[in-house]
Design a protein around this ligand. Structure first.
Ligand SMILES: *Cc1c(COP(=O)(O)O)cnc(C)c1O
Length: 380
């Protein structure tokens, strides 16, 4: 089976992990700040906090922005469930903003209209989570402008977008947001097995996230509270978690980051080639964008009623096609909270026609041809 996505692990990645296994540290140790600094430098952010998943990163980012019971978080319905669940972890409510039918990202126009209505009903969001779907960046300038007008904070869910650029700055620089979250799951741009990171430029948020990553505990130095403590002394000042990344994972991440630009180049080449190879088929291909990180290659069938048959036929031919994503508001958990089919019609229409084709750095040209031929057969 040709999967829809997978990691590339080379000898240098393996060597980096083995080095850590022979060292004194396995859990969070010296490889963590090295990885955090490397990602922050790559993205042009002041600092990063590495954690054991993007889901944990989203949770801590929400807590750092004081999201809690009585508050509302808005995100896109076309995302992985974690972009919405992070609010529920904090006891906050979730609502969605429909997507733009072209970019598949949260529509800035829909956001503005919904904010206008929410202001009158007194239910403005505290946090908005734009998701850079498939690696293409959201209209961050407009979202930022709205955040100033309506007073919400912004967490970029950049799980698909490490290495993408927005207005000639890397995603993660947080030029138009408060915090940015990345995922290092194996299908993403680089991997640490499981892993995630929060990037930001504001020390108060980053220190809080660091503390919450490890039980809400701080090691107080004698100067910090004016008391004389033994070296063993620490304080738990709030309720935190164990969301730490291991040193093996961080070493793998630092090694992978060195390969990121090469991965991105291959992804972009494969996307250009797909667009050429699919030009004569009854499918809508994504508009090529040099600044996207191209996490996913999503086509839309001109005949959505055939999506199931096309999916099954390609799977039977050994092509691991997939669908990203079932709109989050249609999940039973969210329907239980009051959402219904029809709430976000552009997202639902997109979902009905969408099919993700394989895209990853090790996808050989010959395998790509097999994917295209299997699609041609399935459509004929
Ligand atoms: C993968 C993903 C996540 C969750 O990442 P994990 O590291 O698996 O927790 C969150 N949001 C989006 C958009 C994702 O694609």
């Amino acid at each position: 089976m040709i999967p829809y996505g997978r990691q590339h692990i080379g000898d240098s990645d393996i060597a980096a992990v083995v080095d850590v296994l022979r060292s004194d540290w396995l859990t969070q140790g010296p490889a963590i700040p090295r990885f955090e600094q490397a990602v922050a430098d790559y993205c042009g952010a002041a600092s990063g906090v590495a954690v054991n998943s993007a889901t944990a990163a989203l949770h801590l980012a929400c807590l750092a922005l004081d999201l809690g019971p009585g508050d509302v978080l808005w995100t896109s319905p076309i995302t992985f469930v974690a972009s919405a669940n992070c609010a529920r972890f904090c006891g906050a409510a979730v609502d969605f903003v429909d997507i733009d039918g072209e970019t598949l990202n949260m529509s800035a126009e829909a956001l503005e209209a919904k904010l206008h209505r929410a202001k009158h009903s007194g239910r403005l969001p505290k946090v908005v989570v734009p998701v850079h779907f498939a690696g293409r960046t959201c209209d961050m300038a407009s979202i930022r402008e709205l955040s100033e007008r309506y007073g919400f904070k912004i967490i970029e869910d950049a799980s698909h977008a490490l290495g993408a650029q927005y207005k000639s700055q890397p995603v993660g620089a947080c030029a138009f947001s408060d915090l940015t979250v990345f995922s290092f799951h194996p299908v993403k741009m680089i991997t640490t097995g499981e892993g995630g990171m929060v990037l930001g430029n504001q020390g108060k948020f980053m220190r809080r996230i660091e503390r919450l990553r490890s039980h809400g505990i701080t090691r107080l130095t004698n100067e910090m509270d004016g008391e004389s403590h033994g070296d063993w002394y620490y304080q738990q000042t709030e309720l935190g978690y164990n969301y730490r990344m291991t040193d093996m994972q961080a070493a793998l991440g630092t090694s992978q980051l060195r390969k990121l630009d090469g991965f991105l180049e291959i992804r972009r080449q494969l996307v250009r080639r797909y667009n050429e190879l699919l030009a004569d088929l009854p499918v809508r291909v994504p508009i090529y964008d040099d600044r996207s990180a191209w996490h996913l290659y999503v086509i839309r069938l001109e005949t959505p009623y055939r999506r199931r048959a096309v999916y099954d036929s390609m799977r039977a031919a050994g092509i691991g096609v997939n669908v990203h994503y079932i709109p989050v508001h249609l999940q039973p958990y969210y329907q239980e909270l009051g959402f219904e089919p029809g709430d976000f019609p552009i997202a639902e229409a997109y979902y009905a026609a969408a099919l993700t084709l394989p895209l990853y750095p090790d996808l050989a040209d010959s395998a790509q041809i097999r994917v295209v031929e299997a699609l041609r057969d399935a459509l004929s």
